[in-house]
Design a protein around this ligand. Structure first.
Ligand code: 4TL
Ligand code: ZN
Ligand code: ZN
Length: 498
């Protein structure tokens, strides 16, 4: 699918299928008049018959006999006051799905971009087109053919901004490849995406994009004293893989950023086994953090930002049950020397992240951001559309919030309330790995903070709710969302911490 930017408008464009966005109420009259002028008054009656009100998400497909375009797809945009980049993305995704299923080859997309930066709007539309059409048929023996438009023209862009817009479209292609990689990794079952498969994915990226890769085996991790991470892994028949992938710019780097992803290729809960209702069959998704950082690295490696060195760390393993699995109540020592009483083997993500964060801080970074499907409590607090953000640094928190809003992903800053650390006190060890149920996502973040050098800029994103969408939303089809990739890439390209 080729995407071109154009200043041609809906009045003049010809091709197979024209998509136009119409605002609800009086604000939509301009576009309705244009359509009547170009395609005749009968069109208005046909929209009337279908009770088309131009609400967001509403659409109508009309065949136009003896016309080029031969079909017209009208999508509702709602009120102009509520219209922004997010509504633009949704409208573009809806339109493209309709046009593709109608078999359109040449598609013209006329959506309003006033009030948005033209290049940002073009990038958002390009993303929506590609990600909205994404379908994963790798595990079907007989995949359905999925028609895709051959060429899409983004219409009505300001002539002076066309070069910028086309640049944004090119960037969005790299971004979408990263998001698609993350979606594929999360959607793939736990017998396919194993810790070794995550390491192989990193190796493929390293080969294709000249990145540096180091994979630490169990013995290497033992030598580094990663007793917390290895405790999680020890019940599995699959060996752990600690993955360290590095992007270095061609010129000098002035900043060093570290992206850490939770990489549990399956989380059974261990001896604190996930019981009925706890969605154990979903727990292949527990490597969503690692998928996000691998996806981000893929995009970064292709976009090649200057001046910034980016390290990706994933302490990949499986949380399983066996005679060798860690006991509830075991006490382990992490690589910073702290001892942890494992009062819940299902709070294993933080145990793997603890050693990864210690390793990250040894790289002397300007900032470390970790992403993890860490707690059920975060899903209860913020739901499926918003990830939790914890950081002691206001500058880093602001930079991430801004990057996420630009990406169309949503974060909400949560408190690192120090007094809640009481909940992690252990009578025997330095701390327990799990606090009381209330504020469970906060104590999880406080646990992680114990493994971060206090002089290092650090942020934690709990993405447990946002990695998977049962129904699909906006430009995300149902299933894996690829959440986090776009936020991370925007953040890295903006230069990292403020
Ligand atoms: C309650 C504890 C502290 C054990 C917890 O938060 N556990 C998380 C875990 O297993 N980390 O390794 C956890 C993470 C996600 C628990 C539940 C979910 C979860 C459960 C669901 F049913 C979902 F739909 C969901 F999105 C996440
Ligand atoms: Zn768990
Ligand atoms: Zn987990």
């Amino acid at each position: 699918m080729e995407i071109r930017c154009s200043s041609t408008t809906a009045r003049d464009w010809s091709g197979d299928a024209l998509v136009v966005g119409v605002f609800s109420g009086d604000a939509g009259q301009g576009m309705r008049d244009l359509l009547a002028e170009r395609f005749g008054n009968a069109l208005a009656q046909r929209l009337e018959q279908r009770r088309f009100q131009a609400k967001p998400g509403e659409s109508a497909s009309l065949e136009l006999l003896n016309h080029s375009p031969s079909s017209l797809i009208v999508v509702g945009l709602g009120a102009p006051a509520d219209f922004g980049a997010e509504q633009l993305r949704s409208a573009a995704a809806t339109a493209c799905r309709l046009a593709a299923s109608a078999g359109a080859q040449q598609l013209g997309l006329a959506l309003p971009v006033e009030g948005l930066e033209p290049a940002a709007a073009a990038g958002a539309m390009a993303e929506a087109l590609r990600l909205g059409l994404f379908a994963d048929q790798r595990f079907k023996s007989d995949p359905e053919p999925r028609p895709q438009p051959q060429a899409v023209e983004l219409l009505g862009l300001p002539a002076a901004a066309l070069a910028d817009c086309q640049g944004a479209v090119a960037n969005s292609a790299a971004l979408c490849s990263g998001v698609e990689l993350a979606r594929q990794l999360v959607a793939a079952p736990p017998n396919v995406v194993t810790p070794a498969a995550l390491a192989d994915t990193a190796a493929q990226l390293a080969r294709s994009f000249q990145l540096e890769l180091k994979v630490l085996e169990r013995s290497d991790c033992e030598a580094l004293g990663m007793g917390s991470y290895l405790a999680v892994s020890q019940g599995s028949d699959l060996p752990p893989k600690f993955i360290h992938l590095t992007y270095r710019p061609s010129g000098p780097a002035t900043r060093r950023l570290v992206l850490v992803g939770k990489g549990l290729s399956f989380d059974s809960g261990g001896y604190n086994l996930k019981t009925a209702g706890s969605q154990i069959e979903m727990m292949k998704y527990d490597m969503g953090g690692s998928a996000a950082v691998l996806g981000a690295m893929r995009a970064i490696a292709e976009l090649k930002p200057e001046g910034v060195e980016v390290h990706m760390l994933v302490a990949a393993c499986e949380n399983m049950i066996s005679g060798g699995a860690i006991h509830p109540g075991a006490i382990v020592t992490a690589s910073n020397g702290k001892t942890i009483e494992i009062n819940n083997t299902d709070a294993e993500g933080r145990l793997t992240l603890a050693d990864a964060l210690v390793y990250a801080c040894k790289l002397e970074p300007d900032a470390v951001v970790d992403l993890a499907t860490l707690t059920g409590a975060c899903v209860i607090a913020l739901g499926e559309e918003i990830a939790g953000l914890w950081s002691p640094s206001d500058g880093l928190a602001q930079a991430l919030l801004q990057a996420s809003e630009q990406a169309g992903e949503h974060l909400w800053r949560m408190p690192l309330r120090a007094s809640y650390r009481e909940g992690l006190k252990s009578g025997l060890a330095d701390m327990k790995n799990t606090g009381p149920r209330p504020g469970g996502s906060i104590t999880a973040a406080l646990f992680l903070q114990d493994f971060v050098d206090p002089t290092v800029n650090w942020a934690h994103l709990d993405i447990a709710g946002t990695v998977w969408s049962d129904k699909g939303r906006g430009l995300d089809p149902a299933g894996a969302t690829g959440f986090g990739v776009r936020t991370l890439v925007n953040w890295v390209r903006s230069g990292g911490p403020a």
